[in-house]
Design a protein around this ligand. Sequence first.
Ligand code: SAM
Length: 246
Amino acid sequence: MDGLATSLQKRAKQAGIELDKDQIGKFLLFLQELQEWNRKVNLTAINDDEEILVKHFIDSLFCLLGVPSKIYQKIRKIIDIGSGAGFPGIPLKIYQPRFELTLLEATRKKVEFIRYISGKLGFERSLEVIHGRAEEYGRNGEYREKYDLAVSRAVSNLAILAEYCLPFVKIGGIFISQKGREIKGELQKAGKAIEVLGGRINKIIPYKLSLRGEELERNLVVMDKVEKTPEDYPRRTGVVVKRPIR
Ligand code: SAM
């Protein structure tokens, strides 16, 4: 485990993030439990330790690059939509324990894992795990327009994501979508949806992950929530995917 601890610390530092001993310990515990559960239930396709460090942990932490420094201190409530095995939400919570985190996930076995790991990491009191769909919870008054920051990785294309995620963000808050290398076409197609749902593109931030000599290109799409989301959105489960706003 020592080698992994050093690798994680070094890689985080290269991304501009300092991790202390306690945070490293939490990441290693997360890694160990993820690997153990993954042998029994399929949580993630990646099962190599170093690859998990880079493609899950470090990649999740890169989300922080998208938060403008002038609002960082004010961020308290975060929602991760389609969190899967906890990405990017749990790494963000390990890094910044002050965050009050909601993980929303539609698949039961993944929900069971994130509930378990949240307890193991001692986050029960400031981490809520919801088993459900964005289309339902985005209409629920307890969650709608209540978050300073929404994040989402590898869930859908931007037009659909805007409808899943923007309803949760309060005016003045932001939505960060973690994307791969190619985003131009997606961005063009999502313009109308973002506008209709009360968002506005703030910036696109390209970044790179490096793994065994390979450079992996990624992008953060950062949107501001500038207006209230109209009450008709999000539409029902199924409709959002079948008829994206164009
Ligand atoms: N964000 C994680 C990551 O990057 O490792 C998981 C990505 S996985 C490919 C997509 C996840 O989104 C799945 O676990 C799926 O169940 C969840 N999901 C898809 N649509 C959803 C929706 N409408 N509401 C809630 N979760 C959703």
